[in-house]
Design a binder for this molecule. Structure first.
Ligand code: ATP
Ligand code: MG
Length: 426
């Protein structure tokens, strides 16, 4: 029988990498909580309708990338391709508008998109996600952007570029849409197939096309800034002013429209100079009409999502620190069979002290066990002689220093030694 492998586009995050993920997640959690955000756990699947109406029927995500299936009762469900629509759904369903505003939430977890798998692009990938709901204040846009930048600072990431734009609102976007169509109409025949079909349904998306001909054709396209209404222009100016004040260097990219229809006003991305084609580590912006498009009242919102795989790739490429890789604190060795009961007792005494303690379960030779122990901070040896005298021999692997400790209390003493060793660590 053929061995079963994982589906295309998914990946196992194995112990050699999972500790790096844990570090990124820890940093993100600490930071988000520090900025006043609270964690929510959202479902992995939702009614398909939520994404069709929330993200937009004519977006790539909804048209081509969703994992949609029928459950046993014939309902159409979809594995979430992103978290924002779910977050807003949850805000509405749980009546969060009735409490103090804005509501600041974060979540982290896997997202699913049927894409062509390649480096930095998977069919199941993780996003760190933050959303602020219930405020139109441009300071909230700034808070979101700053939170992402502070995360990358703390992670030690460099060579990043922050691009911002305003995509307008329902009051001013129709005029821009028309200006763009008028500009592109003479070149309609030269656009790629996808853009031809975008021309009527979603012309702004043409600005985001990766096709070289389309890119060249949109080079001289009308500037969205010229079409913004007063409200959108003021909002964008206020966001930029405060970002400048905080020293965040941003570049305006008038072609930045983002792939999801719900954006209004601020749109932004953080690009990594070390990722090649899949260079966006983070994308976000304001979405003041999302709640209405999924059947709720008007609730303004702004947020970002950042892909963990791309963060970790960038950090690896840049030699960033992930903290310390977990390793064994104490390796317990029973040098003869007579000491095996005492060795087990010591193993669990060490674990009760919170230490990462291990022993051999495979009947390997003492020599082989010593080799494993060389990776640990301490090794403990127990033989019939030590058992008879109620002691344990403890060796500090870094220095080779060995001493005997009384068996009772040995675990606590080793914990203190380890703490002292960590204090000395650079
Ligand atoms: P891209 O332009 O690379 O397709 P996107 O605009 O579709 O990105 P968003 O929907 O804004 O991405 O999602 C936010 C972030 O999630 C991206 O900046 C990226 O870090 C990550 N991301 C998106 N799609 C994938 C994927 N298929 N695999 C890994 N990470 C992804
Ligand atoms: Mg995409």
């Amino acid at each position: 029988m053929a061995e079963i492998t994982a589906p295309r586009g998914v990946k196992d995050v194995l112990p050699g990498e999972s500790w790096k993920w844990a570090y990124v997640l820890d940093q993100f959690r600490t930071l988000a909580e520090g900025f006043g955000f609270s964690e929510v756990h959202l479902p992995i699947f939702e009614h398909t309708e939520l994404f069709c109406r929330g993200i937009g029927d004519t977006t790539d995500v909804v048209e081509k990338e969703m994992y949609t299936f029928e459950d046993r009762a014939g309902r159409s469900l979809t594995l979430r391709p992103e978290a924002t629509a779910s977050m807003v759904r949850s805000y509405l369903e749980n009546r969060m508008a009735s409490g103090p505003q804005p509501v600041k939430l974060w979540c982290a977890g896997p997202m699913f998109r049927y894409e062509r798998p390649q480096k930095g692009r998977y069919r199941q990938f993780w996003q760190l996600d933050v959303e602020v709901l219930g405020s139109v204040n441009p300071l909230v846009d700034v808070e979101i952007i700053e939170l992402s930048l502070e995360l990358y600072r703390r992670l030690g990431m460099a060579n990043l570029e922050v691009v911002v734009n305003s995509v307008g609102c329902p009051a001013c976007r129709p005029a821009y849409r028309k200006a763009l169509q008028d500009y592109l109409r003479p070149h309609l025949g030269e656009l790629c197939g996808s853009c031809k079909s975008r021309f009527d349904r979603n012309p702004l998306r043409i600005l985001d096309c990766k096709n070289e001909t389309c890119k060249a054709l949109t080079e001289g396209a009308p500037d969205v800034m010229d079409s913004l209404c007063d409200e959108c222009r003021d909002h964008f100016a206020a966001v930029r002013k405060r970002l400048d004040l905080l020293g965040a260097s941003t570049r305006i990219d008038k072609r930045l429209v983002r792939g999801l229809d719900y954006y209004t006003k601020t749109a932004y991305e953080v690009l990594s100079g070390d990722l090649g084609a899949q260079n966006a580590v983070c994308g976000g912006g304001r979405y003041d009409n999302l709640a209405e498009s999924i059947g709720g009242p008007h609730v303004p919102g702004v947020g970002f999502a950042s892909g963990i795989e791309r963060i970790v790739l960038t950090m690896e490429q840049q030699g960033c620190s992930f903290g310390r890789e977990p390793s064994t604190d104490v390796y317990v060795i029973a040098v003869d069979g007579a000491a095996s009961d005492e060795a087990v007792k010591l193993l669990y005494a060490l674990r009760r002290q919170g230490l990462r303690a291990e022993m051999d379960y495979q009947g390997r030779s003492v020599k082989a066990q010593l080799k494993t122990a060389s990776q640990a901070a301490f090794a403990c040896f127990l033989g019939s002689d030590e058992v008879a005298r109620s002691v344990v021999a403890v060796k500090e692997m870094a220095t080779g220093n060995q001493e005997e400790l009384l068996f009772d209390g040995a675990a606590a003493a080793i914990r203190s030694k380890l703490a002292r060793q960590e204090d000395r660590r650079p």
